[in-house]
Design a protein around this ligand. Structure first.
Ligand SMILES: CCCCCCCCCCCC(=O)SCCNC(=O)CCNC(=O)[C@H](O)C(C)(C)COP(=O)(O)OP(=O)(O)OC[C@H]1O[C@@H](n2cnc3c(N)ncnc32)[C@H](O)[C@@H]1OP(=O)(O)O
Length: 230
């Protein structure tokens, strides 16, 4: 194959991957709308019955070709950190708010708005949801510091309830690195009042030894490499 043909083939692969990722994000948007509407709905009972039938029909073709536990999604890039179905940040996840994270002067900053599907106390977020958001925030700060690890401990202090339907601002940063242990701290506030901390967390992340990483993730990483090579 000539260099030109090869270049065209690579571009076609890139275009195909880009299109698939856009389609996954669009399906994720549709599913999140479905979940929010299904949680908030006060539609007549007959409409709920009809909706359940229609949704099962729509789900069936998606179930015809599925991956198993040890296969990452074809559109993901595991080693490149692209995880479209991450339950906190994934654009394709029906369950994710999704939380968007970026870096601002060494600080990880996250934004999201939680709908009624995340309700715990009436009109406020479930405490487990706040912990999930903070686990992801702290994990991100730890990863981008160049010392990735798994959460060993996550302590959360719930100072004020976290309101639903309100833009939130989350932060995280690494506080200390001691051998394989990395400590990170983070907060949740509203975007309007970023100085008033609603929830704060301290997490200890533990870097895996090579043999641990191989034991836990070897099968997935091996398959990911194979599918990229093919
Ligand atoms: C850009 C991309 C973004 C990507 C952003 C990605 C964000 C992902 C965020 C989500 C992260 C997750 O949810 S991870 C999923 C939830 N977490 C898990 O499932 C982890 C389950 N736990 C484990 O597998 C294990 O317990 C480990 C790996 C955490 C630790 O086991 P270990 O490796 O055998 O630990 P060990 O040798 O005894 O200890 C090593 C050192 O760590 C300390 N240590 C160990 N466990 C703990 C602990 N729970 N709390 C405090 N400290 C601990 C020990 O005291 C020791 O310190 P010293 O004596 O050396 O000083």
């Amino acid at each position: 194959m000539s260099d030109i043909d090869n270049g065209r083939r690579l571009r076609a692969v890139d275009d195909g991957l880009l299109r698939r990722r856009e389609a996954i994000a669009d399906l994720g948007d549709a599913l999140r709308l479905l979940i929010e509407n299904a949680t908030a709905t006060e539609a007549p009972t007959e409409e709920l019955i009809r909706a359940a039938e229609r949704i099962r029909r729509a789900a069936a073709p998606l179930g015809e070709r599925v991956r198993g536990r040890f296969e990452s999604a074809a559109a993901d890039d595991l080693l490149g950190g692209v995880r479209l179905y991450n339950p906190v940040t994934g654009a394709g996840s029906a369950f994710a708010p999704p939380l968007e994270i970026s870096r601002e002067d060494g600080l990880a900053v996250g934004t999201c708005t939680l709908g009624l599907a995340f309700e715990g106390p009436p009109s406020y977020a479930h405490g487990g949801v706040s912990a999930m958001l903070l686990d992801q925030m702290l994990g991100y700060a730890v990863s981008v510091s160049g010392h990735p690890g798994m959460t060993g401990r996550l302590d959360t202090a719930y100072r004020r309830p976290v309101p639903l339907h309100t833009p939130l601002r989350l932060t995280a940063e690494v506080a200390a690195i001691e051998g394989r242990r990395v400590t990170a701290t983070g907060t949740i506030a509203t975007a309007d009042e970023p100085g008033e901390v609603l929830v704060e967390a301290t997490g200890v992340f533990v870097a895996l030894r090579a043999e641990q990483a191989q034991r836990l993730f070897g099968p997935v990483i091996g398959r990911n490499r194979e599918s990229r090579a093919g």
